[in-house]
Every structure is written in C-alpha cells, then in structure tokens.
Design a protein around this ligand. Structure first.
Ligand code: AMP
Length: 616
C-alpha cells in the first residue's frame, strides 16, 4: 500500500504556458480547481524581474512586452536538459531572455534584477512557479500546503522528473508523487472505474495547449496505467493558430490601407492579443469582429472573421494534428476501433473543428469533454494527491500504478545495451541481474547506466556512471549483481554487489552531476526566502507609497477648501509644504530611498497634518 502523507496535499499541473492547482475537498466530496488572485483558474508559467521587484504569473505576463529580456517563460522546455541539447539550442533562438551554458553543460538563465545580473538555474525558475501555485492554494485553503502531486509529460525522462522534484523542494514543497499528464487526465474522468471487468481499456488522450501538442495512448488494466505510445509536436498549439490569424489580418490591413504593419512589433502585439480573443470567441460563436483603434499610424482596424474562414486558414495545422493521432495509434499497434475513450486536454482542444476532425477520425465516438480541458490534468493530480493523504476517506479508491517511460540498463563490453528494466514496466520496481567480469584478475568494474531503446548503449542517454571495486583478483567470468530500483515517482537508483566474496561493496548510482546537490537546493531555498522577503518589502513599500499619494491628494484638496492663512502660521505652512514635497519625492522615487522607516515616518507626519486640517 502506498505511503500516506500528513497534511494537505494539492495537485499541480506545471504547464509550459499555464499552470493549474487543484485540491480534493473532503466535505464537498469533489475536486475543486483553485483560482488565483485575479480570479483565473490557470496562471501563466511566467516569471519576471525588474529594477524594483520580481513578479510571477499574470503580473509577469502582463508586463512581458515592455521587459522582454527579463521575462522568463517556457522554462519547462529546458528542465532536465543539457545546454548543448539540439532542442535547447533551437528554442534559445526564439526567446528574448538570455540562456548560457553553466557547470556540467546545464542551461542557465540570465536576467537583470534590481539592476544586477542574476543567474538562475531552470529548477529555480520552475520553483518560483510552483511556489506561486502553492501560495494560490494556501490563500484559498487558508492553511499551509506542504505536499503536492506534480504532473509531467509522459515522455519526460529520469533527469527531467528529478529536476521537477528538485524544483518542488526549492519551493518548499514535498513532491509526494510525479505522475504523467495523460494518466492524470484519465484519472480525472475516472476512466479506470468504468471498467467493471478486468479487461484492458484503451484511452486516447489528445492534449492541444498553447505551445505544445501531445497525444498518448494509455491502457488501464487492473488499475495499472500503461502509456503505450506518445507522439506530438513540442512547437504546435494555440500560439500557432494566433499567428495564422495575425498573418491573415496583416494582409487585409495592407490591402485596405496600403501600409504594411509587419515590421512594427507594437502593432503586431496588439493584433495578436485581439486575435487570441477572437479565436476563443469563435469556439462558441459563428462570427467575430476585431476592432483595434489606431492600430498603425493612426489608422483604425475594423474587421471580422467567420468560423468557416478561421477553419480554412488553420486547416493545415488541424490536419497535422490528425496525422499525429494516426501515428500514435500505429506506434501503439492499436486499431482506432479498439479505443474505448477519447479525452480532450488543453485549451485549444475546445476548437470545434478540432473536435469534429477527432470525432470523425474515431468514427463518430463521443469525446470526453465534460471536465474543463485546461483543468483536467490538475484535477487528476488532485485525486492522486488525496489518495496519498492521511485522513481522506471519500476519494474514489484507485491504486495508481505508473510505468517506466524508457528502458533502463547498463553498457556491456562492445557498447551493447543490456536492459535490466524494460520500458513500460509497472513502477515501483526492483530488479537484479547477474553479470560477469570480462578480464582475468580484474579488481574493479565500471558500470554505465543508460536509458533508451537503442541497442547500442552510446546511442541512448547516459544517466550515470560508477565503479564497483574490491574484487579479489579472480579469473574472468567472476559474477556480480547489479540492482535497479525505480520508485513510484520514476526515480532510479542502481547498486552493485560482489556476493561471492561476501565483500559487500554496494554503490548507489551517482548521476548527481546533473541533479542539484542537497547543498545547492538548500542555497536556493534560502534564496527563495530572500526573494519572498524582498517581494513582501516591495509590496509594503508600494502600499505606503499609495497611502502617501492619497494623503498628498487629500491635503491639497483640504488646503484648497480652507483659507490656509486663517488656519496656519507661516512656520506651519512652510513645514506642511516641505512635508508634501518630501512625500512627493518619495512617491516619484526622486531619491534612492529604500528605508521603509523614512516612508512610514513621512506617512505618519502627513496623516497627522491631514487630521489637523480636517478638524479646523
Ligand atoms: P493550455 O496551454 O492548455 O492552458 O492552453 C492555452 C491555449 O488554449 C491558448 O493558446 C489559448 O488561446 C487556447 N484557448 C483557451 N480557450 C480557448 C477557446 N475557447 N477556444 C480556442 N482556444 C482556446
């Protein structure tokens, strides 16, 4: 039976563009999606740094256009990857923020915060988003939240999963379980419980978000979840649809007004925002109008788009999605007629044409779309979190078993991959294999651990390397055990042991080169606390400045109303104007004052002056 954790546990969908947090509410007997301070159920996975403050979520996204170099998004695309990875190199070209190579080829994000350069590792950025999701949950639940189930794409490898857990640790969260996103969506729909017999059930998860497209074929049998195949495009989603609309309207503007706005970033940005809004409208309306005042050189833009035209300009994209669906089924070796349920995930899966093409592909099958597609993954994660929490009784009892996403093994002589745990093995799992030394008088063996499906070890991903030493000098063929253990989060440890000599020399895999050390995590936790203190200080200063501004306004108003000479003597008048001027300088940040006492003293002084003016 799975270990249970004390205290409140939430489910977090840490998305590439948006994140979502949900919780099982025992008294309501259902999952509740938690809205943020803006009233939104999803929060942009975005962190920004300015001369004054750090912002996370909506605030960060809203200022992105004016501070692009210091606004970090898409950190999920970097997590657990090397800087030299082709994907990182390609993505880097598209980002306005700077990414450089750090120690051990880890990517490092460089931003300017309070006028100084700051280098952040990807786990730190993700931890800021996880921390924000935690704050959102704590504000809603009015109690501390320590534990979380966090979701990751099904294809995430060992280092990407570990890095996600580390990001949680930096945010002060105990990540009690990592589950794959399609599995979470299937849980949300309780699809495992529809199965009264023990027959295998095939679930197809179609996830079209803002910037990524993932499809997965899962099978559920005896409450075991197997991700049989995944396919997708890491750069296809709602943003591409927005771009197609922007292109269309740029052409129209040129035709109507004989001017080209394609070289004007501000006009394009405004047009893109309007297109995104229009796109959402077209998911429920048949036609939409787009109106932007003074879009370019004072020229207003008024236009409209029908749903039919929208579908026409995006058809190529939608058809590409369907090709991916087909490829996934082929990889899984499953006929489309054998798919029991089709689950919609991701905001862009709301587009009626996408739903229609998918439904037609599955021969008219009803699609599972009763749960909000932006929220389905967090919903499933919250159910899993409740199952792992002490004292929760009403949650539907499912024993979730995930599988290893990739085969795991060691390198044998001749660069051969010897698989110890095959792909799709239900986890947790522990397997031991016996290997033999290859040379006479060998005193040690080097063990390289790989993940992947290729037969040549070096074509796979090297996870770690260690040496088992202390053999008595024996002839070749001397046996030793290698044990692979993967826990329920998909985290691997490997040990080796020379049993015959009784010389227990057990070594756990040390692939900590890529992973943050305990010391580094500790340092980042401390830094995160410093950020929090600074954020609080900034808020306190902003509030005091606001109060000061109010007071200045009220005093000026009161002075206008009264005959000032009848109330104040000359010294008092001078004193009052000097206080107002000082306060105005503080509000306008004319002097580099950072001491809160100065702000608060000034506010108290103005408040007593205002009191005096009001009572005379
Ligand atoms: P996600 O990454 O799953 O949060 O999805 C975000 C994407 O979904 C964005 O590109 C949104 O523009 C898109 N989206 C959200 N709601 C709708 C809708 N009603 N119709 C079309 N696209 C939508």
């Amino acid at each position: 039976m799975a270990k249970k954790y004390k205290g409140c546990a939430v489910g977090i969908d840490l998305g590439t563009t948006y994140s979502c947090v949900a919780v099982w509410q025992e008294h309501l007997n259902r999952v509740e999606i938690i809205h943020n301070d803006q009233g939104n159920n999803t929060t942009p996975s975005c962190v920004a740094f300015t001369v004054h403050e750090r912002m996370i979520g909506d605030a960060a996204k809203n200022q992105a256009a004016t501070n692009p170099e210091n606004t970090v998004f898409d950190s999920k695309r970097l997590i657990g990857r090397k800087y030299s990875d082709d994907i990182v190199q390609k993505d880097k070209m598209l980002w306005p923020f700077k990414v450089i190579a750090g120690a051990n080829d880890k990517p490092v994000i460089v931003v300017k915060y309070k006028g100084e350069e700051k280098q952040l590792c990807v786990e730190e950025v993700s931890s800021m988003i996880l921390g924000k999701m935690r704050e959102i949950a704590e504000a809603f639940l009015e109690k501390p939240v320590k534990n979380a189930v966090v979701t990751v794409p099904a294809y995430f490898n060992d280092s990407q999963r570990k890095a996600t857990i580390d990001a949680g640790a930096i945010a002060g969260l105990n990540v009690v379980r990592i589950i794959s996103e399609p599995t979470a969506a299937a849980i949300a729909y309780g699809l495992d419980r529809r199965n009264s017999s023990v027959e295998e059930r095939n679930i197809f998860v179609f996830d079209l978000g803002g910037g990524t497209f993932d499809v997965s074929l899962l099978t559920i049998q005896d409450k075991n979840y197997h991700v049989k195949a995944t396919a997708g495009n890491s750069h296809l989603g709602g943003e591409d649809i927005d771009n197609k609309m922007v292109k269309y309207f740029v052409k129209e503007f040129k035709r109507k007004n004989k001017v080209d706005i394609s070289g004007n970033p501000r006009a394009l940005r405004r047009l893109r925002t309007a297109c995104e809004r229009a796109k959402r409208t077209l998911s429920s309306a048949i036609t939409v109008t787009v109106e932007i005042d003074a879009l370019f050189e004072g020229i207003d833009f008024y236009s409209s788009m029908t749903r039919a035209r929208f579908e026409e300009i995006n058809l190529e994209l939608f058809e590409e999605c369907m090709e991916t669906v087909e490829r996934c089924l082929t990889d899984a070796e499953i006929e489309k007629s054998s798919v029991h349920d089709v689950v919609l995930v991701g905001g862009s899966s709301r587009i009626p044409k996408v739903q229609k093409l998918l439904q037609d592909f599955f021969n008219g099958k009803d699609l599972c779309k009763s749960i909000n597609p932006d929220e389905a993954v967090a919903y499933g994660a919250a159910v899993q979190a409740a199952l792992l929490s002490e004292g929760i009784k009403n949650v539907p009892n499912l024993v979730l078993l995930d599988v290893t996403p990739l085969s795991l093994g060691i390198e044998l002589e001749g660069d051969v991959m010897s698989v110890v745990i095959p792909r799709n093995t239900t986890i947790p799992v522990k397997r031991t294999e016996v290997y033999n030394t290859v040379d006479d008088n060998q005193s040690a063996v080097d063990i390289s651990v790989y993940e992947g499906e290729r037969t040549r070890a070096s074509d796979n991903n090297l996870l770690g390397f260690f040496t088992l030493s202390g053999f008595s000098r024996a002839l070749r063929g001397h046996p030793f055990d290698v044990t692979f253990a993967m826990d329920e989060n998909g985290i691997l440890s490997v040990s080796a042991e020379d049993k015959t000599t009784g010389n227990k020399n057990k070594i756990t895999i040390s692939n900590n080169k890529d992973r943050l050390s305990a010391g580094e995590i500790e340092r980042m936790i401390q830094e995160a606390d410093i950020y929090k203190v600074e954020d609080k200080k900034f808020l306190r200063k902003a509030k005091t400045k606001n109060d000061l501004d109010d007071c200045i306004y009220e005093i000026r108003k009161a002075l206008k109303k009264h005959d000032i000479n009848s109330i104040l003597c000359r010294e008092e008048k001078e004193e009052m104007w000097s206080a107002i001027n000082r306060a105005t300088d503080l509000v306008d940040e004319k002097n580099e004052q950072d001491d809160m006492v100065v702000f608060e003293d000034c506010l108290n002084e103005l408040r007593s002056m205002l009191e005096r003016l009001k009572t005379t």
